[in-house]
Ligand binder design. Structure first.
Ligand SMILES: Cc1cc2nc3c(=O)[nH]c(=O)nc-3n(C[C@H](O)[C@H](O)[C@H](O)COP(=O)(O)OP(=O)(O)OC[C@H]3O[C@@H](n4cnc5c(N)ncnc54)[C@H](O)[C@@H]3O)c2cc1C
Length: 381
């Protein structure tokens, strides 16, 4: 049987693309250098935030709204809990990028939200300490996702629906050939009509000729003990982002282990080589999050209980990279700049739509790799 599509990378985006390809009845092969749910890329660390009033831009909102039911479909198919709605708090100065951006998205899309002043926020969410000039934008459409479980669920469903998944093998080349594409991996050449590349932090290494202006950034996550764990449980502690005027924002997620809440700093990490990441976490790595906890989260002890290193793959504008790039018949879905997980099931659908149909009903035009072509750095396929 001729393979319709090869998906390179079965991490966050690739596992979802493989799932969608299999759901469409395509003959699909996934190739993953490790195994689904591994801890060396971007899709691990117990929890991921989803939120709908998206400060990064109202254009993301329809994609989130499309992703949410897909998360529920994957849960139902896999019989696994992947998404717990908690609501969300965007905290910061009202005119800051976070609060004003979230409000703009909420208004543009008629999303239910409330702006709480410091006193009201303290009464309803005493886990946070707000400065006098800060507000908290509360939105209902936010929650916590389970990344490793979700990736394994999507990959597992893909295989159950007939996809082949090759693990422990690294793709070393993607070339055009008469039938579409030839993909070299572990001494084997896999041929298919099309390829979808979801290589995350390894994208620049896999397709160096594109000259994509990507950076891989080391990120440290830390978990802090809660004095009263029930106050940080998902039913009482919404996911949050806290805009810290001029410094990288802090964010946090509820205690999923019944003891510790995750708090980390968004960006501000050092550049990394995905094949040589320093995974030893030092006190200096966690000091910014610990200081934030000490200042603003009275119910948490600012002593790190556990920590982990993960990778962001950033574009210069911090928007995604989705579309044709490189050899003909190759679609890239990657470089989610530290905020892509929540979109994964819809991005998987988009990837298959673009690869197979050449178009998608979802608006992803703003993520085209061609936007970097003006600088002469990308040659879109
Ligand atoms: C600390 C941290 C916190 C985050 N928090 C959030 C959040 O709260 N909400 C949110 O929406 N997003 C969040 N993100 C971002 C989100 O997790 C990423 O955008 C997303 O996981 C990126 O998925 P990906 O598929 O591009 O990369 P990955 O999940 O890393 O997948 C890439 C896969 O490709 C494989 N691969 C690469 N090269 C090859 C090759 N040559 N051959 C075979 N296989 C290959 C890799 O092994 C890997 O499995 C966070 C990220 C980090 C690091």
């Amino acid at each position: 049987m001729t393979t319709d599509v090869i998906v390179i990378g079965a991490g966050t985006m690739g596992s979802m693309a493989l799932w969608h390809a299999a759901r469409r009845g395509l003959a699909a092969v996934g190739i993953e250098q490790f195994a689904p749910g591994h801890d060396r890329g971007s899709g691990h660390g117990e929890s991921r935030m989803t939120r709908t009033a998206y400060f990064e831009g109202p254009e993301y909102v329809p994609l989130i709204q499309a992703a949410l039911p897909l998360w529920r479909e994957l849960e139902a198919e896999a019989g696994a809990e992947l998404l717990t709605m908690t609501g969300g708090l965007m905290i910061g100065p009202p005119a800051g990028e976070l609060v004003s951006g979230a409000l703009r998205s909420a208004r543009a899309h008629g999303l239910a939200c409330e702006v709480l002043g410091p006193a009201e926020a303290a009464a309803r969410f005493p886990q946070h300490r707000l400065a006098a000039d800060e507000v908290a934008l509360w939105e209902e459409g936010a929650g916590v996702l389970r990344p490793e479980r979700a990736i394994r669920a999507a990959a597992g469903r893909a295989v159950a629906l007939g996809a082949e998944l090759v693990t422990g093998v690294r793709v070393t080349a993607i070339e055009a050939d008469a039938g579409g594409v030839a993909v070299r991996a572990g001494g084997t050449v896999y041929r298919a009509r099309r390829a979808i590349v979801c290589a995350g932090p390894w994208l620049g290494r896999l397709l160096p000729d594109l000259g994509l202006p990507l950076t891989v950034e080391r990120q440290v996550m830390a978990w802090f003990p809660a004095a009263d764990p029930s106050a940080f449980a998902p039913d009482r502690f919404p996911v949050f982002v806290h805009d810290r005027a001029g410094r990288p924002a802090a964010y946090g997620l509820p205690a999923l282990d019944g003891a510790t809440a995750k708090v980390a700093i968004h960006h501000g990490g050092r550049l990394a080589d995905p094949d040589a990441v320093d995974r030893a976490v030092t006190e200096a790595d966690t000091a910014p999050a610990a200081a934030f906890v000490a200042q603003t989260m009275p119910g948490l002890t600012p002593a790190v209980a556990r920590s982990a290193v993960c990778l962001y793959t950033n574009t210069p504008d911090l928007h995604f990279l989705v579309g044709a790039a490189g050899p003909p018949n190759v679609t890239v879905v990657s470089a989610c700049s530290g905020h892509g997980f929540k979109f994964a099931p819809v991005m998987g659908e988009v990837a298959v739509d673009l690869a197979v149909d050449g178009r998608t009903r979802h608006d992803v035009a703003g993520f085209s790799p061609a936007r970097f072509a003006a600088s002469g750095r990308v040659s879109p396929g």
